[in-house]
Design a protein around this ligand. Structure first.
Ligand code: NAD
Ligand code: DAU
Length: 352
């Protein structure tokens, strides 16, 4: 049966990749709402916007009037909420926008759905959350599960945690049909160039210094964005209302390792001797409140919804280097104006 899905943040990195997948694999009518912040970019989804099944609306999820109009105009049965400020470093510089979009925005969406959905039949509010809500995992500890305690460390993760609590409360109190999915670090095409992997690839391709925070021994658990998006499709199709699913590909690497591997991949891509690009990484001031390790136990998702990741980071990094080299013009366009101001503030002379 054809449904209408509201996809917020669909012009972002994960939202754009998800839009492509859901458009390809379903007949759903897709309403995309995105306020096009510095991180939102329609060039990620230019081709898709030609489809008669996709409607793009530039708008803010905080805007209750807009949301009420959308629910009145379209028979929305599924909401997938990607819209958020997503960068930890920016949340440290300017937490206010995170409170607004990541908490107040989620509250507005929950209320819009609650007021419009008179029946829960066939409805779903899927909220996209993060493994960062669980805080820093000790080196020897087992991976996060849905039972792990919430201990967020940054303004970003605290806002994501607050939003998760709101989503669960709207389920418990009002019976809103919600699911939360919490994912680990994504990599893949179209990621905004200020995140670790695209930033390292682009700086390495351009022969610029590559900033590593602190000692570079922090561990992240990496998943390809397509694997994340396939998991979300499964959750929409077969997930159980009221549940939380953790999404991760069980690929833990230190940041130093990631940078090292990218440098080798860039040397191979440029056909220059391995080791040439290894001169670029430099250690800079650590991120305040920097979580040491994240790791996801994905067994609930794999057992209950028969999902498994296809992509391996090691084999994907060379492909990603090629992708960012081919899309250099896209990255250049983004890395002008305000981006350069951010870059200077984050990595300026006193830090690098
Ligand atoms: P992104 O920053 O690339 O994209 C976010 C999108 O949301 C942008 O298009 C932006 O314009 C839009 N947006 C921001 N505030 C908005 C608002 N108030 N109203 C409407 N649109 C708004 O982020 P991403 O990496 O694609 O992350 C998407 C979601 O997934 C976020 O909720 C993030 O917390 C979560 N997440 C990300 C990762 C990751 O590794 N990137 C991992 C786990 C969870
Ligand atoms: O774990 C999921 C989270 O992953 C998501 O919820 C966030 O939205 C997403 O941005 C990502 O957060 P991180 O803070 O882990 O991603 P980032 O790419 O900013 O940093 C990855 C690691 O690399 C982190 O330990 C900080 C480090 N780092 C990052 C940058 C940008 C550096 O050492 N140098 C850098 O210049």
């Amino acid at each position: 049966m054809k449904r209408t899905a509201l996809i917020t943040g669909g012009a972002g990195f994960i939202g754009g990749n998800f839009l492509r997948l859901v458009h390809e694999h379903t007949d759903d009518q897709l309403i995309v709402v995105d306020s096009l912040t510095y991180a939102g970019n329609l060039s990620r989804i230019t081709e898709l916007l030609k489809s008669s099944r996709i409607t793009f609306i530039k708008g803010d999820i905080v805007d209750t009037k807009l949301l009420a109009e959308l629910f009145q105009k379209y028979n929305i049965s599924v909401i997938v909420n990607f819209a958020a400020e997503s960068h930890v470093d920016r949340s440290i510089l300017n937490p206010g926008t995170f409170i607004k979009s990541n908490i107040e925005g989620v509250y507005s969406l929950l209320e819009a759905a609650r007021k419009s959905w008179l029946s829960t039949e066939g409805r779903l509010f899927l909220h996209i959350s993060s493994d960062e809500v669980f805080g820093s995992l000790p080196a020897q500890a087992s991976s996060f599960t849905v039972e792990s305690r919430y201990q967020p460390s940054s303004p970003y993760s605290a806002c994501k945690a607050a939003a998760d609590h709101l989503v669960r409360a709207w389920h418990a109190t009002y019976g809103l049909p919600v699911i939360i999915s919490s994912c680990s670090n994504n990599y893949g095409p179209w990621q905004f160039p200020e995140k670790l992997i695209p930033l390292t690839i682009l700086n390495a391709l351009e022969g610029k210094e590559i900033p590593i925070y602190g000692d570079g021994l922090q561990i992240r658990d990496w998943i390809h964005v397509e694997d994340h998006c396939r998991a979300l499709l499964k959750i929409i199709q077969r997930g159980k209302i009221g549940e939380t699913y953790l999404v991760g590909a069980q690929q833990e690497y230190t940041n130093g390792d990631i940078v090292h591997k990218i440098c080798n991949a860039v040397d191979d891509f440029k056909s220059i001797p391995r080791g040439t690009t290894q001169k670029l990484p430099i250690f800079v001031d650590d991120r305040p409140g920097h979580d040491r390790r994240y790791a996801i136990d994905n067994s609930k998702l794999s057992k209950e919804l028969s999902w498994m990741p296809y992509h391996r980071l090691e084999t994907n990094l060379p492909l990603l280097v090629e992708w960012y080299a081919r899309h250099h013009a896209w990255a250049d366009e983004i890395r002008s104006g305000d981006y350069m101001k951010y870059y200077e503030r984050q990595y300026g002379a006193n830090k690098i």
